[in-house]
Design a protein. Structure first.
Length: 305
């Protein structure tokens, strides 16, 4: 019987919030369990002077590798990740033990002076380092001046307040979790900005052969979130893409029906292939694979190349 667990996490304010949230839920479900938190620095935390797209292949595992090394070396028992940071294929000795209930999946606009996305002036400066966000912003507003921005949530908000940008785009989930919901100018809906695969969901990664830890963390698994994220991740995997490619997806479940929206775009926003599909939620992975195949057949393969 496990009496102590060590959770690994990145040291950012948001990562610590997420980890402490998981810790609190585990303690609620398992009175008497002792949980320690170990902060581990990742390459993504240290390399702040290069935009994520420019890292290319070097960007794989940017926020996860050091945590995964600590799991397999038994320095920690589990790691809490933003699911969108995890690659679709994990090392064979590791697995996702649980996906927690999703926060708001949408992206959010935080503007300095205007009250909505539609009110942004011509040639407004928008801060984001995400190719996915850049591409979709350029589809609806090719006039916008999109510039890279790195750093944690507070750093990005400070850069906005200093006047370096007219607006920035961030995941709504992070703003909500850190108490910055009041800063949100507008939540961007799917017709403007499809979110990243797995956005708003937390994943708990464990050793593949650690049954005792698996039984504990499984208590935090949220089945609806798990199924929607499985569909989105199957879509991403079917396209052969990673989190640094302009790919977006959002799945919802109503009763037993899963609806999946997907998008592939060129970084400049001049080429976009969108699609959607519906089916049984129990076939989430198949639905994701099928939508990927459909978009590839309609020209997404050329964009990705």
């Amino acid at each position: 019987m496990i009496r102590t667990l060590t959770i690994g996490t990145r040291g950012s304010q948001l990562a610590l919030w997420q980890t402490n949230w998981v810790k609190a839920r585990l303690l609620e479900a398992n009175p008497g369990l002792e949980i320690q938190i170990q902060v581990i620095s990742t390459k993504g935390d240290r390399v702040l002077d290069v935009s994520l797209p420019k890292l290319g292949e070097q960007g794989k595992g940017l926020f996860t590798k050091e945590l995964e090394d600590a799991i397999r070396e038994h320095r920690i028992d589990l790691a809490v990740h933003s699911l969108k940071d995890l690659p679709t294929e994990l090392p064979s000795d590791l697995e996702i033990g649980a996906i927690c209930e999703r926060e708001d999946v949408r992206d959010a606009l935080v503007a300095r002076t205007v009250k909505s996305f539609a009110e942004l002036p011509e040639h407004a400066r928008i801060g984001t380092s995400s190719l996915r966000r850049q591409a979709q912003l350029r589809v609806v507003r090719p006039d916008l001046m999109i510039e890279p921005i790195r750093g944690n949530v507070d750093t990005r908000l400070r850069k906005l307040d200093e006047g370096q940008f007219d607006a920035i785009v961030l995941a709504a989930a992070g703003l909500h979790r850190l108490g910055h919901a009041g800063r949100i100018t507008e939540h961007l809906e799917d017709d403007v900005m499809l979110p990243a695969v797995g956005q708003g969901a937390l994943a708990i990664e464990i050793r593949a052969n650690d049954q005792a830890t698996a039984e504990i963390v499984q208590q935090l698994n949220h089945e609806t979130t798990n199924l929607t994220c499985k569909a989105e991740r199957a879509f991403l995997k079917g396209l052969g893409g990673g989190c640094l490619v302009p790919i977006a997806a959002h799945a919802r479940i109503d009763a037993n029906t899963l609806n999946l929206l997907g998008l592939v775009a060129s970084p400049d926003g001049t080429q976009v292939v969108r699609g959607d599909c519906n089916g049984l939620s129990s076939e989430a992975i198949l639905l994701g694979q099928n939508l990927a195949d459909e978009l590839l057949s309609r020209g997404a393969d050329k964009i990705l190349r």
